[in-house]
Design a protein. Structure first.
Length: 286
């Protein structure tokens, strides 16, 4: 799909893994491929592109219940971010409506190790660098159930409401149109939007694990009813994910929790307000 804005031509690169019955709305796997600077930008966002393509190859050998659209979007980075020229927005509005999308999984910044700024964190909580954050569980009750029962293997999931971090990537157009979705990210790091974001700094074993997770989530979302409680395009919904977020946080940080809460100047972690405060504090910490 090519389009032109601001006297510049953009290209979304899109393919389909067919299920043989393309009547039902598809699952979409998305990642942007443009970069903010003329540099490798390996984590932002070549890693996600590679993971999406690896998942597509695996899904091609599976018995699918829906088509899977693999969409590599242009114009995600500034100055087009969240504007009408943003590749995912143009693609959804011009090519996916009126049928829409059954569910979307978007990835951004998924290739690096996560560093927890507590001395000895990796020894107190082995594997913490395999942390991966997700938002979008709140987009549908079935998604809450799916994520709650998901086996993440060696990956260390944490979850938060998208409203706590904002629409950081291409899931924006799907969320605002009421599409059930998941957004996967390892967050920003010191090489974000820097020439130092190079392939040698990626964790390829972690990327392989995320690719396996992506295939599993795609298969399960394709099988989930995901009945809409409002008309398509009526806007996002938000389900209760407090129990899920608390469980993931305690599983992820374990013995680090007292030190982490002390450093973040948080007294307790029990309620939605506590979780919102935690999400805000962690963004400042990183």
């Amino acid at each position: 799909m090519a389009y032109r804005d601001f006297e510049q031509k953009f290209f979304n690169l899109v393919g389909v893994v067919p299920c043989g019955n393309g009547v039902r709305p598809p699952i979409l796997i998305g990642a942007h491929y443009d970069s903010v600077i003329e540099a490798p930008c390996a984590d932002d966002n070549a890693a996600a592109v590679a993971i999406a393509l690896a998942a597509a190859a695996k899904l091609a050998g599976e018995e699918l219940k829906r088509d899977v659209v693999i969409a590599l979007f242009d114009a995600e980075e500034p100055p087009y971010f969240l504007g009408e020229s943003m590749g995912s927005t143009r693609f959804y509005k011009e090519q996916m409506l009126p049928e829409g999308v059954h569910a979307a999984i978007i990835m951004d910044l998924v290739g690096h190790d996560v560093s927890v700024p507590i001395p000895g964190a990796d020894k107190m909580r082995p594997g913490i660098s395999d942390l991966i954050c997700l938002t979008g569980s709140e987009s549908h009750p079935d998604v809450v159930d799916l994520v709650s029962s998901q086996d993440f293997g060696q990956l260390v999931p944490i979850a938060t409401l998208n409203s706590n971090i904002g629409d950081m990537s291409d899931h924006h157009v799907f969320r605002t149109h009421g599409v059930p979705y998941l957004f996967l990210s390892c967050g920003r790091w010191k090489h974000y939007h820097q020439p130092s974001d190079t392939p040698n700094r990626l964790n390829y074993a972690k990327m392989a694990r995320i690719s396996h997770l992506l295939v599993d989530l795609t298969m399960k979302l394709a099988d989930a009813p995901l009945e809409r409680h409002s008309a398509a395009g009526a806007g996002p919904m938000e389900c209760d994910t407090v129990a899920l977020e608390l469980r993931f946080f305690h599983q992820a940080f374990g013995p680090l929790i007292p030190m982490l809460l002390d450093r973040l100047r948080l007294v307790r972690l029990e309620t939605r307000d506590d979780l919102n405060a935690l999400a805000l504090a962690l963004q400042w910490l990183t």
